[in-house]
Write a protein that binds this ligand. Structure first.
Ligand SMILES: *Cc1c(COP(=O)(O)O)cnc(C)c1O
Length: 466
């Protein structure tokens, strides 16, 4: 393409933003506010990742205009030539990166990926065995509140006294209940998962194994966590967490892809292909598929491996610094990006700490911890993750600084659960200092920062129209 044509395209995307601003200032101001909020907060949400600007260029692109169904070379609409190329590229990159034989890049989310897998491999009422949501499992692994717990007969395994997966219990429950599917993978579990052991248990009872690696997909492709691809019959992941891609999911299969794993006569890969379309989804989101392709390419780079190494190093630094300051870290540390803090010794709830930290610009989320007596909306734990801060370039020294800020906030809460404005200002200005030193990648730090005194009244008080 000529340089001029490319410039026209750049102009087009610039115009997208300026048109929004001139046509709908109310909405444009909300987006602008969010842009500054992200630049000015320390995000320790374990399920978060940042899209590279080149990934974002795909999500907000003309690909959103394409309506088509089916798969490359087998579409139900014309005009699909480019998106066929894009989807093939995404599939090839997913297979190479994960060492998989089969990849489906169409699921709209990690949950949809799990639903598609279950809908295609199971019948209503079949038994599934997954990690208890109160022990760190995901909703879509058989929780009561999820369709997976309502359409299937869900049995849950838990953790041992050290907070580690109780593999002996998994084996016993599998023997007793003979589930058709065992699900491994977690949303709040800071330690390695032994996929080989799960497969051995699945094989003894003739169960299928689904590994959902949504939280640790980056660790896996960077070879900092063993891969489940050839142990699990099927592997699923969200793409917006550690892969730093768009909202969406992937379904992958390794050495069992061509095998007949159910009583039917279709190989696994063929079942999975139909599982997404037409069984569970209609049109794919091609902008998201392009963004997945872009994120997967970045995840194959040496820079990404260095990022993941820093992510783990940071989490370990945060865990040991919090431990040194007398806090109770679940399992005593971490092998991943995640640090779970048991707040029970402090007498504070997860929700109170989450809110207090947020009022200083430190974003995290409350989480139940093993043996929690509080419901998930309150929770006795707080979950931290280092994906985003590692992407911004913060290292172990800054993690020590974060631990100190967290301690300052928690100590100041002991008397009342809300922090004083002075305390918020004090911690908030240190947060802002760190944000300033480590702007979001690809962005310039916005010097028009949040006014801590004014932030109390939220959006309304801010001069978002400036
Ligand atoms: C986050 C998560 C999901 C859900 O992904 P969505 O894309 O938000 O639907 C599924 N499984 C696990 C283990 C997760 O942590």
């Amino acid at each position: 393409m000529s340089a001029e044509a490319l410039e026209d395209l750049d102009d087009f995307y610039r115009r997208c933003s300026t048109t929004l601003r001139s046509e709908d200032s109310e909405l444009a101001n909300l987006l602008r506010h969010e842009y500054f909020r992200q630049n000015n907060s320390l995000v320790l949400v374990a399920a978060a990742g940042l899209m590279d600007p080149s990934v974002m260029a795909c999500t907000g692109s003309v690909l959103e205009n394409i309506t088509s169904e089916g798969y490359p070379d087998c579409r139900f609409h014309g005009g699909s030539e480019t998106v066929d190329h894009i989807e093939r590229l995404a599939i090839a990159r997913a297979k190479t990166l994960f060492g998989a034989q089969y990849a489906n890049v169409q699921p709209h989310s990690g949950t949809s990926a799990n639903l598609a897998v279950m809908a295609s491999l199971l019948s209503p009422g079949d038994k599934i065995l997954g990690l208890d949501i109160r022990a760190g499992g995901h909703l879509s692994h058989g929780a009561n509140a999820s369709i997976t717990g309502q359409y299937f007969t869900a049995i849950a395994y838990g953790l041992n006294a050290q907070g580690l997966i109780d593999y002996e219990q998994v084996r016993q429950l599998a023997q007793r209940h003979r589930p058709k599917l065992i699900v491994c993978g977690a949303s709040a579990y800071p330690r390695r998962i032994d996929f080989a052991r799960f497969r051995a248990i699945a094989d003894t009872v003739g169960a299928l194994l689904l590994a959902d690696v949504s939280h640790i997909a980056g660790l896996i492709v960077a070879k900092q966590h063993p891969s489940p691809i050839d142990y699990a019959h099927v592997t699923t992941t969200s793409t917006y967490k550690q892969l730093n891609g768009p909202r969406g999911g992937l379904i992958l299969a390794g050495r069992d892809a061509a095998n007949l794993v159910t009583s039917g006569q279709e190989p696994l890969a063929q079942l999975l292909q139909r599982a997404v379309f037409p069984l569970c989804q209609g049109t794919p989101n091609f902008a998201a598929i392009a963004a997945k392709a872009r994120a997967l390419d970045i995840a194959a780079s040496a820079n990404f491996r260095a990022l993941i190494a820093r992510t783990v190093e940071n989490a370990q630094a945060l865990a040991s610094e919090l431990t040194r300051r007398g806090y109770s870290v679940v399992t005593g540390g971490t092998d991943t990006h995640m640090v779970l803090l048991d707040l029970r010794p402090t007498g504070l709830t997860g929700i109170a700490v989450e809110r207090a930290l947020e009022s200083c610009g430190i974003i995290s989320n409350r989480n139940t911890i093993p043996g929690d007596s509080n419901p998930p909306k309150i929770a006795s734990g707080i979950r931290f993750g280092t994906n985003v801060l590692a992407q911004r370039g913060l290292g172990p020294n800054e993690m020590a600084h974060c631990a100190q800020l967290i301690e300052t906030a928690i100590n100041a809460m002991s008397s009342s659960s809300e922090l004083t404005i002075e305390m918020r200002r004090r911690i908030g200005s240190e947060v802002l200092g760190l944000c300033q030193r480590f702007p979001l990648p690809g962005h310039v730090f916005a010097s028009r920062t949040r006014d801590w005194a004014g932030s109390e009244a939220g959006l309304a008080s801010e001069n978002v129209s400036a």
